[in-house]
Design a protein around this ligand. Structure first.
Ligand code: ATP
Length: 220
């Protein structure tokens, strides 16, 4: 009898500019529904091109640490923020594979919008050799073949699996899961803050306190 594989580990990357309850519920619900050993949060180092003002990677990292601090199953990986170079998903997955070993099932958690953009990633097909993917539903972003680039729709059709498959191999399958639908986005939060409007109850109070103390996402 071959040795059973270790429990699957969730990987959750994002800009988290700022982290909000949509992110937290995604990680929490993935953790429960996909029976993950834990979720490793991977804040991206190099911010995508966004409107001013820019928030430093170290501040986004601080906010993710504050938001996840109370959950023993969440671990924050600061490597991408600490690296000087821009972050790309495939090299990050290769690093984690080296660190965690060939047998560890990995599950990359993606919202439906992020999954739909997967073919634009550098060396995107290598992702399936490195990790499983779990796609969460997100308001406004259907996970259907018609809504995806054809090459990705073909991968989805070929790799679709159930939760049990995530424990049976280290990588290569795609599952979708329904989470509590929260139409919260960091873009909307930034816009509200810049307009001086309330974002309370869209993100954790500790994160809001940090934003206010550090005068982030202000026009002036
Ligand atoms: P922005 O509005 O700046 O693009 P965002 O709110 O989409 O930001 P990201 O940091 O880009 O946040 O997202 C990280 C991951 O979380 C992505 O996989 C994204 O699809 C997912 N995600 C973010 N918000 C939600 C949400 N409300 N429901 C489901 N998934 C979400």
């Amino acid at each position: 009898m071959p040795e059973p594989l270790p429990e699957p580990l969730g990987l959750f990357g994002g800009t988290f500019d700022p982290v909000h309850f949509g992110h937290l519920r995604l990680a929490e619900e993935a953790s429960g529904q996909l029976e993950l050993a834990g979720v490793r949060w991977l804040p991206a180092g190099q911010p995508a091109h966004r409107g001013e003002p820019q928030v430093a990677p170290a501040e986004r990292l601080d906010m993710v640490r504050l938001a996840t601090a109370g959950n023993a199953r969440f671990v924050v990986d600061a490597a991408e923020v600490e690296a000087a170079a821009p972050s790309y998903t495939v090299p990050t997955l290769e690093r984690l594979r080296r660190e965690l070993g060939a047998q560890q099932p990995l599950v990359l958690l993606l919202g439906a919008d992020a999954f739909a953009g997967l073919t634009s990633w550098h060396r995107w097909r290598a992702v399936f050799d490195l990790t499983h993917i779990a796609v969460s539903h997100r308001p406004g972003f259907p996970v259907t073949a018609a809504a995806l680039p054809s090459a990705l729709a073909a991968e989805l059709a070929a790799r679709s699996a159930d939760v049990a498959a995530l424990r049976a191999a280290p990588a290569g399958r795609i599952v979708t899961f329904a989470m509590t639908q929260l139409a919260i986005s960091a873009t909307d939060i930034r816009q509200r803050l810049m307009a001086g409007r309330s974002v309370r109850y869209l993100l954790p109070d500790d994160v809001l306190d940090y934003i206010q103390t550090h005068s982030l996402y202000r026009n002036s």
